[in-house]
Design a protein around this ligand. Structure first.
Ligand code: NDP
Length: 450
């Protein structure tokens, strides 16, 4: 039995057999690194493969809190500290009813290699709770965030494990989580990033993942003599990543014509109105059907009317597709429609938004593919700038942050492309990203001994 099969079997024995997202991510990375292992027998001798496939620590805790009716509610919280060979654990926090150990393990695993690709010294982690913030009052959000931090404040630390935002956790939630940490520990340590500016957040952090995604895409296209100028693009999601990706697509001269949320999708052939989108999703916090009611020429397609359950945005003909909502949201049905309609490139803003069979299909059709662990690394990179400025009591201007972000995204692309060339992978950026990220983590593990 080969090392991939034996590691997957081992992982299946010691994890829950239904951990399908985690196994999907693990299998992709292990299959990609075959050529690396062939050149580095020391990784087998030092048992790097099974060691890298297991989380260092998984913490589960119960969150008890009082809602507005003074009733006790109970949620489950988790933190997966996957690997800290390169630096303190670092990764976001997700509040969503779908949060489970499987989802967080896959996100923490991916985060480990993503963080390595930035070239910065951070390890990989992810956490969150199965709490649904939708429809909750501000007071309930605050109480939940405080109870969340009460349950595990002793697990995090400025040079141990630094949290961040993710789905359902924006500046408001981060402010409350940070405030509770400060009260409990009497310290103003930077244990969470993406903070509001007034609490020491970084200028440009909110936009970093979306902008970084488009900087990465632009560098890739320039390298092969293409441009985003004048190109029709489709985007899914209507949250932090999607909104800023749409904004930056305009800056690059592209025309983003779709977005979506958990209720349905918008097609606006004249180009998404970013101000209206922000008003609806960030200020009024209502669903996207309200966009179509206020914008002539646009249409809303309810989720119930999606064909075979596949997001409507992928049926809109485009040159570039940018999945920016959630995992496994772009499936084989969508991939076939996109290819039929002439798509040239996919760039992942969300984490693992493309299913494994859809990726295989894009590979077979030689569609350019920018994988999440590279293309959406801008957010965590700017979070490290936030940590640096908090620790040094210094700060960067928004121009400085944007310049550094642009530089980091170009460097990530260059590193991956060089790896592709070194291993004869052509434009297989998934393979290049997995090999480069894996190598950096593996070398750091070996350098530290066991
Ligand atoms: P937000 O919560 O701000 O937005 C998520 C968007 O996706 C919302 O519009 C939401 O709809 C929609 N969505 C979420 N789950 C589903 C679902 N199951 N089906 C349909 N639509 C869904 O999150 P972010 O924009 O921050 O994150 C989006 C993705 O990007 C995630 O995969 C995240 O892990 C990844 N990411 C985020 C980073 C960041 O800096 N924020 C960094 C790197 C990766 P609705 O509005 O109805 O809730």
């Amino acid at each position: 039995m080969g090392y991939i099969e034996s590691t997957l079997n081992l992982a299946k024995q010691s994890n829950c057999p239904s951990d399908s997202n985690f196994f999907q991510a693990l299998k992709e990375v292990l299959e990609s690194v075959r050529p690396l292992i062939a050149r580095h027998p020391e990784y087998l001798e030092k048992k790097i493969i099974p060691r890298i496939a297991f989380a260092n620590k998984e913490v589960k805790f119960t969150i008890e809190w009082l809602n507005d009716n003074n009733e006790i509610e109970i949620n489950s919280g988790y933190r997966v500290q996957f690997n800290n060979a390169l630096g303190p654990y670092k990764g976001g926090t997700r509040f969503h009813p779908s949060v489970s150990p499987d989802i967080l393990k896959f996100l923490a695993f991916e985060q480990t290699f993503k963080n390595a690709l930035t070239g910065m010294h951070i390890g990989g982690a992810k956490g969150g709770a199965d709490f649904n913030p939708k429809g909750r009052s501000d007071m309930e959000i605050m109480k939940f965030c405080q109870a969340f931090m009460n349950s595990f404040y002793n697990v995090v630390g400025n040079d141990i494990d630094v949290l961040g935002g993710d789905i359902g956790v924006g500046e408001r939630e981060i402010g409350y989580i940070f405030g509770q940490y400060k009260r409990l520990t009497n310290s103003y340590k930077s244990i969470i990033t993406s903070k509001p500016i007034t609490l020491g957040g970084s200028l440009g952090r909110a936009s970093a993942t979306g902008y970084g995604l488009i900087y990465f895409t632009n560098t890739l296209l320039e390298d092969i003599g293409m441009t985003l100028k004048g190109k029709i693009c489709t985007v899914s999601g209507a949250g932090n990543v999607a909104i800023h990706a749409i904004q930056k697509l305009y800056d690059m001269g592209a025309i983003p014509v779709t977005c979506s949320d958990s209720h349905g999708a918008i097609h606006d052939p004249n180009g998404i109105d970013v101000d209206l989108l922000k008003q609806i999703k960030l200020v009024e916090r209502v669903d996207l059907s309200h966009y179509a009611k206020r914008r002539n020429g646009s249409k809303f397609v309810s989720k119930d009317d999606y064909i075979d359950g596949s997001n409507f945005v992928w049926q809109v003909p485009c040159c570039g597709a940018f999945p920016c909502a959630t995992q496994n949201e772009l499936d084989l049905v969508a991939a076939k429609t996109l290819v039929e309609n002439g798509v040239k490139m996919i760039a992942e803003g969300a984490n693992m938004p493309t299913t494994a069979d859809a990726i295989d299909y894009f590979r077979e059709k030689e569609i350019l593919f920018a994988p999440a662990k590279a293309a959406n690394a801008g957010g965590v990179a700017v979070s490290v700038l936030e940590m640096a400025q908090n620790n040094s009591h210094n700060y960067f201007t928004s121009q400085e942050v944007d310049k550094k972000l642009h530089h980091i995204m170009s460097n990530i692309y260059t590193g991956i492309k060089q790896t592709c060339d070194e291993y004869d992978l052509g434009m297989d950026l998934i393979g290049g990203a997995n090999i480069l990220g894996f190598k950096r983590v593996a070398d750091a593990m070996i350098a530290q001994g066991v």
